[in-house]
Design a protein around this ligand. Sequence first.
Ligand code: XMP
Length: 329
Amino acid sequence: DWTMEAFVDKEIARIRKLVGEEGQVLGAVSGGVDSTVAAKLMHEAIGDRFHAVMVDNGVMRQDEAKQVKETLTKGLGVNLTVVDASERFLGLLKGVSDPEKKRKIIGNTFIEIFEEEAKKIAKEAENSPRAGPINFFLQGTLYPDVIESISFKGPSQTIKTHHNVGGLPEKMNLKLIEPLRELFKDEVRAMGTNLGIPSDLVWRHPFPGPGIAIRIIGEVTPDKVRIVQEADKIFIEEIRNAGLYRDISQAFAALMDGKSVGVVGDQRLHGHIIALRAVVTTDFMTANYYRFDYDFMDKVINRIGNEVHGVARVLYEMTSKPPSTIEFE
Ligand code: XMP
């Protein structure tokens, strides 16, 4: 009989055999469920010979980098390095409003920073007395990614650039290790639960690699990032309080381009426009907007208006996919 427990044991044994007694593994974590489960599995298999790196790009959710660090290190014992590169990313994003340019800047800068860190870790690894050099690179590829890549784009190494630290494995002469490649998303969640990963993280909504940068239409500035983070936090908090988090596939706040007029006290305020989006979907290829009741909307919108400085107007997006995409850019 197939059980998750037996599968985890088998995977751990397979990883140990593959990596060897002295081998070391490098991997990127984002705070999402796939990379966290993969990291925890590696840690169970080879302990501190697995090196996780997280790059804080300054466009993550509010306090997310801090929370991921807490959970992975204190909670799960993973050997993690966090690189705070917020200022570098925000500096490079200054003045850029084209969405694909934003994606490229974030993707390329991520690779640069990850490579710098990887070199440092590799150097330290060479000097460690009880282990050999780093010889593997962890990738949290799931079964649907494998299928997609076989049918459309060749071997799984070339798929979805955001799953992939662009060519680093080849450059550093590392072999790929993909412990989740036989699993579907629901099985990854079951594995995460089995490995003792907190349920908040196991059920976390997906979050795009370019983060809040593609949820701010037009130029990204630190103040706009703050506004989106604060509004998003309120929205998600209320969704959780209402017990709706798992009924919704993805929910977030975004910022429209331009300003609008509002009132604060007896003053007219020229402020930002927040749009809230919540969708239900199974495959993210099509999606329906979520039907909140009006009392829920009142509460969220009042809170954002009162608590987030600089917001003049809050909208709720009721377009499904198609014709809209899930993200705003
Ligand atoms: P769209 O907006 O195309 O999104 O309906 C479908 C799913 O993909 C995510 N998404 C991205 N994820 N990098 C990512 O890692 C990206 O550039 C990106 N663009 C969209 C989106 O959050 C949704 O889950």
